[in-house]
Design a protein around this ligand. Sequence first.
Ligand code: LFR
Length: 481
Amino acid sequence: MPKSCIAVDIGASSGRLIRSTFEEGRLKLEEIHRFSNRMTEQDGHFFWDVDSLFQEILTGLKGTAHRFDSVGIDTWGVDYVLVDKDGDRVSPVYAYRDHRTDGTLEKITSVMPSEKIYEKTGIQFLPFNTLYQLYEHARTRPQDMEGAKHLLLIPDYLHFLLTGIATNEFTNATTTQLFNITDKRWDSELLEAIGIPKSLFPVVVHPGTVIGNFKEGILPENDAPVKVIAPGTHDTASAIAAIPAVSEDFAYISSGTWSLMGIESKTPICTELSRQYNFTNEGGVFDTVRVLKNIMGLWLIQEVKRLYKDRHSFAELVRLAAASEPFKCLVNPNSNRFLNPANMVEEIQAYCGETGQAVPETPGEVARCIFESLAFQYRDVLKKLRSVSGKEINRIHIVGGGCQNEFLNQLCADFTGCTVQAGPMEATAIGNLLLQHIALGDIPDLKEGRKVVLESFGNKTFVPSDSKTFLPHWDTFTRLP
Ligand code: LFR
């Protein structure tokens, strides 16, 4: 009987359970459950409701009529759960966009130079890295640290609820900026610097490891044992695993709430230039390194859609953008002011006004400003990627939900001059499933796995058109704060 696996893939705005079967060299997918996710706000702080996420996972697992051999969970990175000796949570689960870490990066780098932190971890400096979150946590809620036995990242915690076994999965551990990229261990000096005991961290497991079986009572009516297999539990690691690349000359954009743009490398690139450009070196599956940069991504349009009270679907916003005047105004999407502003539309308008540009008024104008700004950011990151890696890059694979946005795909091709291959849309779940099928012996390795992805799902090509129309506006973009 062909093996069947379930990927639980939870992003900042939605989660899904996707079941795969591997037959005749192809993966077949069936979506068995989908739910929305959103940060909750209380007393000015932002949290994740992990209890309801776990309930959604159980609902999905219980709802499937078909048997399955294994389950693996991936989510966004950096956020964590502290549990006590009985496995109970000792504090609410903060969301990385919470403002408690505003200014913390500067505090820490004044004690330990950023050069040193970068040399150790290879991780880009983002205000919400676990390093800064834990520093603030230990300072403001020391009682939580006293009661805690384990520190688990979110997918580790969900795996723990399914199996009773505490682990830290490697790819996600690297996103914390507390993990030493050379030694492949938690960095004692960094942990000491922020007052976090190393004993909080359980064993590190690599993607493809069988963590254990479902503990009793998870699925009462299911008599066959179900394995829990760690995928690349960092969603971006799973998405990159599923890139249907057949040549080496590619960069990728994992396009969702964030646009993660980078290359796959065999070794980290931790040079002075890569530090200045703030490139990250996150751990990938099978000892690959994800040299990439976080670009603010579709979060901007998600927030705009929400503020327009969901009157327009994403598809409509794309249509309105395409029909709006080109290059009316641009923003630097990576400015920290767009990380979690009270009102994204007003923040974009204020930015355009302050920089002496026309202010976008209609939904179409705001959306066009976002898409053109993102595509210019892709051009900028591509240029920098080429210079830090010396790699020849001729094509860009765009994977994830954002690859359905054909307008943005075409802008990306036009502004970068690269051929864009878009798809698959469910790359994260597919990468998660690939690791499970590899662990179960269905697929020999990552290279074969990527061929399976291409054969099973295909992708769509976008060819760059004339560059003359946008070049003058590129100059404007490069001068933006
Ligand atoms: C994407 C992602 C990014 C990470 C950000 C915060 O979903 O995982 O890779 O930088 O979320 O964790």
